[in-house]
Every structure is written in C-alpha cells, then in structure tokens.
Design a protein around this ligand. Sequence first.
Ligand code: NAD
Ligand code: TYD
Length: 357
Amino acid sequence: MKFKRNIIITGGAGFIGSHVVRLFVNKYPDYRIVNVDKLTYAGNLANLKDIETAPNYFFEKADICDYERISALMSYYRIDGIIHLAAESHVDRSIRNPVAFAYTNVIGTLTMLQAAKQYWESCAEGYAGKLFYHISTDEVYGALKMDGTMFTEQTRYDPHSPYSASKASSDHFVRAFHDTYGMPTMLTNCSNNYGPYQFPEKLIPLFINNIRHRKPLPVYGKGENVRDWLYVEDHARAIDLIFHRGKIADSYNIGGFNEWKNIDLIKVLIKTVDRLLGNPDGYSLDLITYVTDRNGHDLRYAIDSSKLKNELGWEPSLQFEEGIEKTVRWYLDNQEWMDNITSGEYERYYEEMYKNR
Ligand code: NAD
Ligand code: TYD
C-alpha cells in the first residue's frame, strides 16, 4: 500500500507519545506511523495494545542516539515527517543522573536532526513536504513568581534543572537546523500533562496509586509549588493540529490555563480516589507526608497559550474536574497495568529514592 505520509513518532511507547501514536493511527489510516522507541523503563508497549495490529502502525525498537539505525529507518520507510517525543522526562531522575539526560535529550535530538538532514537532502525534492516537529516543555522558561505572570513564546529561556537544561539545549539545536540548513522545523512547549498511561513516578499517577495502597504521599517542601495541568489527549490534539497547520520555524506554547498549587491538587486527588473507592470523605488525608524539598524546585509554571488559540483555534476540551475524574477512574480500573510497572525493579528504585529524602 502506498501511504500518503510516512511519519516517525519517537517515544511512542511513553506516556504522551502513546496518545499521539493512537490519535494518528486511528485518525489517519492513509498515514504510515512508525513508532521508534528504545523501550527504556518509561516505554511500555502495553500502552498501545488497542492499535498494535493496525495496518498503518509499525514499531521499531531503536535508540535515537544510534545514527546508523535512525538513518536506515529514515530511508527504509521514506520518512517525510518526524514528531520527536523520545526523552528522559523526570526531573528527579535528572538530579540523580544528569549525564543520561544530556545523552538522550541533547545527543539523541541532534542525532535525529542529523539523520533527517542527511536523508532529506538526498531526496530529489529536498526539504519540500518535510517536517521535523520537536516536542518540548514549558520548564525551559524557568520559574515564575506568584505574581500572575505567564510564559509566552517570547519568554527568555532560563532552565534550572538538568532536565530542563537538556530540553532547552535540544530546542536550540532544532532552531539551529532550520536557520543553518533550512530544515523545516517546528517546536512546542507544553505544560504538565496528566491522564492515562503516565509512568507512576510523576505526581498524579504516583499519588493515586499510593492512596489506593495506603502508602505515604511524599509532598516536596510545603506543597506550595504551582503547576499548570493539561489533559494528555488535549496535548495530542494540539500536536495533530500544529503538525498539519503550524508555521514552519515557529513555536507554540500549549497549556490549559489551569494552575494548581500542589497541595490543593493533592487534596482533590485524595477526595476523588476516596469517593471512588467508597471511603469516607477525608479518609486518606493522613497519608500526606511533607518531605525534603526537591533541589532547585521551580516555584511556579504557567503557560499563556493564546497564540495557539488565536492562530489555530485550539483550546483544551476538558475541564480539570472532569479530567481528574477520568484519570482517577482509569488508574483504578487498570490496576494490572500499574502493578506490572510498579513491581520488581521500579519498586526497588522508588523505595531507595524515597529512603534518601
Ligand atoms: P515518558 O518518559 O513517559 O516517555 C519517554 C519515551 O521515550 C519512553 O517510551 C522511552 O522508552 C522513550 N525513550 C527514552 N530514551 C530513548 C532513546 N534514547 N531512544 C528512543 N526512545 C527513548 O515521557 P513523556 O512524559 O511522555 O514526555 C514525552 C515528551 O514530551 C518529552 O520530550 C518531554 O520532554 C515532553 N513533555 C512532557 C510533559 C509531561 O508533562 N510529561 C510536558 C511537556 C513536554
Ligand atoms: P512531577 O510530576 O515530577 O512534574 P514536574 O517536576 O515536571 O513538574 O511533579 C509535579 C509537582 O509535584 C512538582 O512541583 C514536584 C511535586 N512532587 C511532589 O511534591 N512529590 C512527588 O512525589 C513528586 C513526584 C512530585
């Protein structure tokens, strides 16, 4: 079958990537979707069970730092679009092992860019009809004060954690490939995502699982840090829209205008999980445990996504209460998915990290 487009999605077995793969495979049966993922601890093919036999879906276990392999995949599948999500994504891990973040996020992105450049420049039509779309984070902008200001696309980069520093560096390489070689690139910076299939080292799935098992809820510092939360399927919808209609060489902020202080969000989670488990209201509040703060913990993130709304008409589709209800229900209904991840090696890693706090 001749496909209309041939797209690599990197990191498609991860949290956000699996939602993007699912959306593209289902919505565009005439696109060939090639999921390129190394299957690190965060990659899980169980996230894609429902689409794994679709005729337009292909999986390639590969490392984005492996130039030869990525080059071979580019020409074998005649790739014309890349949506690049593969990354090391957890701030706490980056504090423990910053070098791994430089390899995957910086060298990995550079390797993807270099392989795309080499293949696309060898095509008769060159860069025409090609796109390298890089998925980044609002954390590259640094931290805001509690003063109502927001990150816009003009905000100066000011990363603080090894994670955000590595993402900022990869963003710069993406822009450099446009400016230096004329590669058609695009970039988006999104706020914190939540929803099904998120690895339970991140706040929301970790806390839902801990509440269910009556385990402590480790709140960093005083729980006063603020994050701007977006339902993951809304992020995937934005990626679809921008991939098809975004401006080359441009960048867009994606966010839900939905700021929550951690401790308030945690109380909403407790209330929702307790209600759905049939516990009395307030039953799990005693699990809240204040622990040593994260080093360099960014105080507040808030994204102004009005450019995306004004130019492309995107808006979040879900109210937060609705999104949290759906998310909690999903984790409670998919305990086996959670158990498969939290048993064994990860459990030992988490216990050790928690002990050191
Ligand atoms: P995740 O950790 O859940 O998934 C990352 C995926 O990348 C995994 O499937 C993993 O196996 C794969 N991967 C890691 N290293 C690889 C390598 N060397 N080669 C190939 N595959 C590799 O991450 P996520 O939360 O889904 O984030 C996806 C992207 O979105 C990242 O680039 C992240 O920076 C960005 N982002 C995330 C959020 C968020 O709230 N989670 C917000 C904004 C932006
Ligand atoms: P996280 O989900 O790790 O995302 P990010 O660091 O990228 O924002 O954390 C969200 C917020 O929750 C952040 O302010 C750190 C805090 N947090 C805790 O208080 N306890 C935890 O166990 C975790 C994982 C996070």
